[in-house]
Each structure stands twice: as C-alpha cells, then as structure tokens.
Design a protein around this ligand. Structure first.
Ligand SMILES: NC(=O)c1ccc[n+]([C@@H]2O[C@H](COP(=O)([O-])OP(=O)(O)OC[C@H]3O[C@@H](n4cnc5c(N)ncnc54)[C@H](OP(=O)(O)O)[C@@H]3O)[C@@H](O)[C@H]2O)c1
Length: 315
C-alpha cells in the first residue's frame, strides 16, 4: 500500500470522466476520501445524487464529446481519469471493426480527451480499458477498447491503462443480474457457459487507480486487474444463484442456440441484457496473464468474501 500522506500530493484535483457509474462511484469516493477535489461530468446530473454527501466532489452536467467543454473541465485539474465505457453498440458499415456507439465512446472520446489534456497542460492520464482488448479481438467491444488504449498513449502524456476482468461489487450488473434472474426463473439457459473469467472486486479496481495516480513507476504502463480465482461463466451463475438464495439448474446452450438467445435478448425493452457481441467477447478467455503488479499495492479480494453479503440481500 502506498502511503499518500508520506509524499506531497502532486495530483490534488482530478477530473473523472465516466465517474458516475458502478466503478466510478467507488473510485470517486476513494479519491475524495484521500483529500482530493474531484470533478465528475455527467449527461444527467439528476441521476448522480450519490455524490451529494461528498463535499470534495463537484458533479457537473456536461457533454464531454465537445472539445471546448472538455477544455473548460480541465482548467485547474492535475490529472484526468477516463472510465467511459458501454457494453452494446449497433453494427458499423460492412468491413468496419465496430459499430458507431463503440467508436464514439471507446475510441473517439479518448482521442478528444488526450488532445484536451495536451492542449491544457494536464500531463497525467489514467485510462480504463478491459481485459482481452485486442485490435483483432473476438468482439466489437474488445476491438474498440484496444483502439481506445492505443489513443490513450501520446508523447508528453504520463498515461496508465487498466484492463480489468469482470468487476464484482454491491451494485454490479453481473452477479446481481444472475442472482435476480434465478429468483424468477426455474432454470437458467446459458450461452458461453464455458467462458472463463477472473472477477476482480470493485474496491480493488478503484484502489489500483488511486495508488497508481502518484506512482511514477506506473507511467506509460498497461495493467491487468483480476481477482484471486478463475471461474467458468457457468460456475459464476451457479454461485450467484446459491449466494442469492435461489440456486437453479444451469443449462449450457450449444453455440447456435446461444446466438439465438442473444439475438432475442438484444431486442429486450429497456436495453439488451446480452448481445451477440457479448457472446463474441466470450470466445476469448477473460483471465490475467499473471498476478496484479506489485507496484499497484493490491491484494485481490476473494469473491466469496464479499458477494454473499450483497447477493444475500435478494432472498
Ligand atoms: N463493470 C465491469 O465489469 C467492467 C469490466 C471491464 C472493464 N470495464 C470498464 O470500466 C469502465 C466503467 O465501467 P462501469 O461498469 O462503471 O460502467 P457504468 O456503470 O455503465 O458507467 C459508465 C459511465 O460512463 C458514462 N458514459 C456511458 N456512455 C457514455 C457516453 N456515450 N458519453 C459519455 N459518457 C458516457 C456514464 O456517465 P453518465 O453519468 O453520463 O451516464 C457513466 O459514468 C468502462 O470503461 C468499462 O468498459 C468494466
């Protein structure tokens, strides 16, 4: 663990783009608790009331895709963190690597942020990617995340990139979703059942960002973030069911049926629960190449130590 009090705080005013989401709310709380001023732009200020109790946090309604707005947000800021990410996008024109929504959120936005950092003299940039990001990866999500990573590095910028596996924690949309579904359905038909994941705790992901912020050894590096154990998707769904108090039989779907299921789920009202692109992501194992780098100062939290507490509330 890095002792922030031991060193003078070089980065005391932080712009966190994408800070209102699941991971962002934990990271913003940790940054504020470390005594920093945090600016959090959002598209919908009314949905970001969770920060109203944190006096060091300033939530502003802003269109971060507008270069002039970005420049304004960066005034007086020492470091920028970008957590913006989405899970679904329509397809792009034939031959394109990913759809327009992925291009906008994962590639064009990081380019604009980097340009604004350089134009406004902000040298420190922390960028959220995803484990398995690859220029020729199996899904639009992974390909667009890889191009976003490439955009995050620029001469004159001290960039750190993070690639977490799937992230768990009280407000996750992963274990919570599987636990809730098992409350209502007697069986769980599952695509990608054999895909392997190494879930990492949201508090550890946030801590990795906070610890890296002031740590020169992390400049110019890309870090994988993964938990202590590897699970198949089927095992995770079974764990979520058991921890949520409604264990159901999990039926692994063969690939054609899994694809049909994903296609149907894409048309669900209120946004897709799952898409064919999500299924494509699962063609690649989502596991780390080694333990978390020691300079990040993280001892990864076991899923079994945390998830029963919040999934158990669903009973
Ligand atoms: N959760 C995971 O398991 C996981 C795993 C690997 C990587 N990641 C990456 O970690 C990051 C954060 O994930 P999360 O789970 O915290 O996501 P989340 O809860 O969905 O939050 C997404 C954030 O991005 C912002 N955002 C979304 N679309 C945007 C757009 N088009 N333009 C501007 N802002 C937009 C949202 O801001 P508003 O307030 O404006 O809505 C929100 O603050 C993402 O980059 C994600 O890809 C997550």
């Amino acid at each position: 663990m890095i002792d922030l009090n031991a060193a003078a705080m070089r980065y005391s005013s932080i712009l966190v783009i994408g800070g209102t989401g699941f991971i962002g709310s934990h990271l913003v709380a940790q940054l504020a608790a470390s005594g920093r001023r945090v600016i959090v732009p959002t598209r919908h200020v009314s949905r970001s009331r969770m920060f109203s109790v944190l006096p060091k946090v300033e939530v502003v309604e802003a269109n971060v895709h507008d270069a002039a707005v970005l420049s304004k947000l960066m005034r007086g800021v020492d470091a920028v963190i970008n957590l913006v990410g989405i899970l679904h996008s329509g397809r792009g024109p034939a031959g394109s690597k990913y759809g327009p929504a992925f291009a906008t959120a994962h590639v064009e936005l990081p380019k604009k942020i980097v340009a604004a950092c350089l134009a406004n003299g902000v040298q420190r940039y922390l960028h959220m990617s995803a484990l398995g990001a690859l220029p020729q990866g199996a899904s639009m999500y992974l390909r667009s995340k890889a191009d976003g990573e490439a955009a995050a590095f620029a001469p004159g910028l001290q960039t750190t990139v993070f690639r977490p596996s799937v992230v768990f924690g009280p407000e996750d949309k992963f274990l919570n979703l599987f636990a809730t579904l098992q409350k209502f359905f007697p069986v769980m038909p599952l695509g990608g059942a054999d895909a392997r994941f190494q879930p990492v705790f949201v508090g550890d992901v946030a801590r990795a960002f906070v610890n890296a912020l002031e740590h020169p050894a992390t400049f110019g590096k890309t870090y994988e973030l993964a938990g202590p154990k590897i699970y198949t998707l089927k095992e995770l769904v079974e764990l979520a069911g058991a921890m949520g108090g409604h264990p159901r039989p999990v039926l692994a779907l063969p690939p054609p049926l899994a694809r049909l299921q994903a296609l149907m789920l894409e048309w669900m009202p209120g946004g897709p629960l799952m898409s064919r692109d999500n299924l494509d992501s699962m063609k690649q194992d989502n596991i780390a190449s080694g333990p978390i780098a020691p300079e990040l100062g993280i001892t990864p939290t076991a899923l079994e130590a945390v998830a029963p507490q919040y999934l158990g509330r669903k009973i």
